[in-house]
Design a protein around this ligand. Sequence first.
Ligand SMILES: Cc1cc2nc3c(=O)[nH]c(=O)nc-3n(C[C@H](O)[C@H](O)[C@H](O)COP(=O)(O)O)c2cc1C
Length: 167
Amino acid sequence: MDEIFTRTSVRDYRPDPVEPEKVELILRAAMQAPSARNQQAWEFVVVDDRGLIEGLSTASPYAGPVGRAPMAVVVMGDRDRMTVPQMWEQDLGACTENLMLEARHLGLGTVWIGIAPVQDRMDRISDLLGLPGNMMPFCIVAVGYPREEPVPHASRYDPSRVHRNGF
Ligand SMILES: Cc1cc2nc3c(=O)[nH]c(=O)nc-3n(C[C@H](O)[C@H](O)[C@H](O)COP(=O)(O)O)c2cc1C
């Protein structure tokens, strides 16, 4: 699957807006992810308001790339819908990766900005977006057309990391 091997983090974007059909497709991919007991306890805020984008770009010391993107998706867990709460971060990780791979498939660039479990980053996003208390910000994915065509990374495959029938 080419998208897995050609995806790279993209931190600089053209200003062109992302078409609504593509936004829907990346969200469809996100929601198609596996989750513990199929709990699907995810929610998303699509942000394309410039003021809010700027706000998100200061949600962590490493969120600067969000400020260069035309839009971002805030991926959140809904505490009230978690039937297997201890698995929520794994679920949302799978969901986020799906979103990023579909974005790559559509010619879009993304970068994952880590938020949970750092409480002050989560609080900043909750305040900025006016989230209810059950909404747990997990990460931000900046999305946009890459300013330069990304160059795929060299292979990271390392057979010495693979162990058979024990370590
Ligand atoms: C959990 C997680 C948190 C990350 N947080 C940030 C971040 O805050 N800012 C950033 O620019 N990149 C962030 N990244 C992107 C990584 O730096 C990037 O995936 C890694 O360097 C490998 O590069 P690649 O994505 O181009 O393969 C994060 C990635 C993950 C999986």
